[in-house]
Design a protein around this ligand. Structure first.
Ligand code: FMN
Length: 402
């Protein structure tokens, strides 16, 4: 089989050096990558690096190898174009259809999925001109990955940071797998909760659970690659930040409830994949609880935590919002799942059996997705990504149905 053909456009931002790692990951995983830098990009990383790493000649303008008409052929033959980093200038040119170098010509001739990974200072990103250009590109079907929040060039911090190359590679992989039909969540805001809450007993101890957050992160990654604006409410996870996803870290069930309800106010869908503690200690000891010689420990009194899934399902923050819950069961899996779906009032419930190689901490899962309409969608044992894709496949037709 032919290798998938990827064009890696690189524009003149400081993050150009990180695109070398993206290139490396692409070539090592069997992609044929043609790098098309801008003249400005070559101030940051030289043509020799791009050429040696990709195994192809590198040019920034349309006047080299004219007999091969590269200004047309490179775009026409691509299976995917990703511009990473995409400067404010490049977004403006692409939005307005300028074609004054090889990369901008390539963007006009490409008929495959196009991904932009903008990286710039916060002021440039937030400028109305940039935001309008991004909106234009998204409206035309391009995937513009939201920049991350964090350290920028120099001492500045804010939104505009280039995502981790490994995470951007994950976006490329997903978009290539789904092709031009990929953007079925474009223009949607989705909220995903992930991880497990921790209910503190004292400054060093907590009641927690074994959720790693991997399933929630897979849902967030899948939604972002399908064009959604994603808010990921992450409870005590230790996973890399997915590209294009806004992350809200939380600790306890009460904090998670607050963050989810806030984000859900304008969300089209909420997927509650986090394991939220049903109970928390009635009292929090401000100092470490000490062992008393010869005495039994004081009994632990618990109080109920808010039921975020039931609250969201019963009183949707936005009309037509789709609410998805998760249930990890140990026995009578389907019967308990159906009962939970009815009790909570959500639209879909992903029911999985807690088992040796699935659910908590595992890379794989097996589930049945129950619908309030009586549907049952079994998802065979496989990567958590597959389950994530199936959940969104079931959410998409339910959006704005009511
Ligand atoms: C040190 C330095 C760092 C820069 N970093 C960025 C950046 O991260 N994002 C951006 O949009 N522009 C950045 N610029 C400005 C662009 O290089 C400039 O707008 C240039 O015209 C972009 O050209 P291009 O879009 O053709 O690559 C930077 C400039 C300098 C000198």
């Amino acid at each position: 089989m032919d290798k998938p053909k990827v064009v890696l456009g690189v524009s003149g931002g400081i993050a150009a050096y990180k695109a070398c790692e993206l290139l490396r990951r692409l070539t090592e995983s069997g992609h044929d990558v043609r790098v098309v830098p801008t003249d400005s990009a070559l101030h940051f990383v030289g043509a020799a690096t791009w050429s040696a790493l990709s195994g192809h000649p590198v040019s920034t303008e349309v006047w080299s190898d004219v007999h091969e008409v590269p200004h047309v052929r490179i775009g026409q033959h691509a299976d995917l174009v990703i511009v990473a980093p995409a400067t404010a200038d490049m977004l403006a040119k692409a939005a307005h259809g300028l074609a004054d170098d090889l990369l901008t010509n390539t963007l006009l001739t490409a008929r495959c999925p196009v991904v932009f990974a903008p990286a710039m200072h916060t002021e440039m990103w937030e400028h109305p001109a940039t935001q309008e250009n991004v909106a234009t590109l998204r409206r035309r079907g391009a995937l513009v990955v939201e920049p991350a929040v964090g350290r920028l060039t120099g001492v500045d911090t804010g939104k505009g940071r280039f995502p981790e190359p490994a995470e951007l590679f994950d976006v490329v992989r997903r978009v290539l797998a789904r092709g031009t039909a990929a953007q079925d969540l474009a223009g949607r805001h989705v909220v995903v909760s992930a991880g497990g809450t921790r209910e503190p007993l004292d400054p060093v101890r907590f009641l927690g659970n074994r959720s790693s957050g991997k399933q929630g992160y897979a849902l967030a990654r899948s939604a972002a690659a399908r064009g959604a604006r994603v808010t990921l409410v992450a409870a005590n996870t230790a996973l890399p930040d997915p590209a294009g996803v806004d992350i809200v870290p939380v600790g306890t069930a009460v904090q998670l409830r607050e963050a989810v309800l806030k984000a859900a106010a304008d969300a089209d869908a909420v997927v509650m994949a986090a394991a939220v503690a049903d109970f928390r200690p009635a009292a929090y000891a401000t100092g470490k609880i000490k062992k008393q010689d010869g005495e039994d420990p004081a009994p632990l009194t618990l109080v109920r935590n808010p039921d975020v899934l039931a609250e969201l399902s019963g009183d949707r923050p936005r009309p037509g919002q789709v609410v998805v819950g998760f249930a990890a069961e140990t026995d009578d899996v389907l019967a308990n799942g159906r009962a939970k779906l009815a009790r909570k009032g959500c639209d879909l419930l992903v029911v999985n059996e807690v088992g040796e190689r699935k659910t908590f901490g595992s890379e794989r899962n097996e589930a049945v997705v129950l619908g309030a309409d009586g549907s049952e969608t079994p998802v065979p044992y496989g990567p958590k990504d597959d389950l994530a894709d199936t959940v969104w496949d079931l959410v998409v037709p339910r959006l704005d149905r009511s």
